[in-house]
Design a protein around this ligand. Sequence first.
Ligand SMILES: Cc1cc2nc3c(=O)[nH]c(=O)nc-3n(C[C@H](O)[C@H](O)[C@H](O)COP(=O)(O)OP(=O)(O)OC[C@H]3O[C@@H](n4cnc5c(N)ncnc54)[C@H](O)[C@@H]3O)c2cc1C
Length: 522
Amino acid sequence: MSARAVGRSARALWLRNDLRLDDNLALKAAAEGAESLLPVFVFDPSRFNVPTLAGARKCNARRARFLLESVDSLRRRLESIGSGLAVALGPPQEVIPKLCDGCSAVAVAQGYCSEEQREEALVAKRLRTMGAELTTVWGGTLYMPEECGQNPRNTPLLFTSFKNKAEGRGQIRSPVPTPKQLPSLPKKQGELETALGFLPTLQQLGYDDSEVAEAMQDDPRGVLPFRGGEDAALARLQKWMFDDDHLKDYFDIRNGMLGEGYSSKLSPWLALGCISPRRIWSEAQRYETERRIKNKSTYWLIFELTWRDFFIYMALSQGDKIFVPGGVTGDRTPWRGSPDKLERWKEGKTGDPLVDANMRELGATGFMSNRGRQNVASFLIFDLGVDWRYGAAHFEEYLLDYDPCSNWGNWVAAAGLTGQRINKFNTKKQLSDYDPQREYVNHWLRGERKAVLRPGPNSEADKGYGRGKGKDHRDRDGAGEGGGKRGRWTRSEKGKGKGAGGQKRSFYSQEDDRMEDMVRGA
Ligand SMILES: Cc1cc2nc3c(=O)[nH]c(=O)nc-3n(C[C@H](O)[C@H](O)[C@H](O)COP(=O)(O)OP(=O)(O)OC[C@H]3O[C@@H](n4cnc5c(N)ncnc54)[C@H](O)[C@@H]3O)c2cc1C
């Protein structure tokens, strides 16, 4: 799992979720001592417009657009240092052996979840028959596995325990700089020559013209017009942290929902590896030194990135438990929600203004604040009683920053299925606390329901919108803190009609086991 150089002279680098030159340990390992190096990216059709769970798809056209932009940007960056990027469309186990014919070793950043690991195993098997080797290289976390202060394959399910061990005994290494020059490409001929200039269209990835047309537009109400790629990621970091000087106030502004400044918005780039968390960490350190400001806010950005590591190591430790109905605890209490409730949640038509506004934002832009995500997840699970996995699958389809560990990890924790405290959010109270002037809900629901326009926690306007009277744990991260105690919204209550479940599982019941496999592409 280290960044030792791999194999012999003619090598390839299979890029997946590490679409950057900076701090790329797989790139470093592949390039060191290589006579030639072929960087490759594969668009696997099974990762795009294909069904997963409860009407969701693996990826919508908007996220696919962000990926295409990121791959295009990576190719330009590689070309600028004497290399290039071969791009192909097809199953990796078929495409990679063909493109990498003549290479003795192929390096790839190690996948954290089973889907990526299965893909690696298939490719490795095919390469072996050609006498080539697939080498996996760890990367993309703040803490390396051997330096995370604990057993990386058996990390605690309580974030605070993970964080304390990481901060106490672990170590964050400085990012590895962008290489100035890369080994040359192998001789360009035939398929390889074509691949070095190829980039699929969204239509070739399986999307119809109308979805493509919509995906190519940026909704002006969105927090940012997100553009994929390492250049855009580094520019965003520079703007948010240094030019606009937001880092010093991050702790106080991070719960916002409106506008580009309240949080870094780096998550879409982090998800594709267009930027590394260690680069963000080292830039935050530079900020502290240059600006002579070291406060709770400058720490808190790294604290949040530690949440990201927490879910990566949770995935490594728990395996597929983060994707299956009973989660880590295995609690299979039935759900009482209906397909209709799920549909209304997806469309932002539940009648709860905070939930609806957030779901509209997700649908129109592919982004939603952390505050919003916690509320809509809690609402789906505890107010509507719908299986958490259907929410996770919808997020997977829509989120620009979709990442298997952060998404499924946050969802399984939100459902209380990691055994930690459950945070049931009172969306009515949250609306009053985090959108007191109703600027956010008006931004997304303007003109739809006049009543929303009137602010005030006890105003007539809010009556009939908010649901649920659960205890409001105003924990920003919402992933279940509290010393392992379970809150009042335990799943056992659901059977009594107080929580999320009901007497019977009422929908998708027969499909559950099949879908359990489908969702991770088994
Ligand atoms: C139900 C649910 C689903 C989520 N799905 C995803 C997902 O698919 N991909 C994703 O990147 N994040 C996910 N998150 C976490 C979080 O909401 C986003 O990372 C954050 O809102 C992104 O905005 P930002 O980059 O401006 O964050 P900032 O506030 O600027 O935080 C900086 C970085 O810290 C990390 N981070 C912050 N909070 C969390 C968290 N709770 N879990 C993991 N990492 C975190 C992210 O990498 C983020 O970019 C989810 C949260 C919930 C509650």
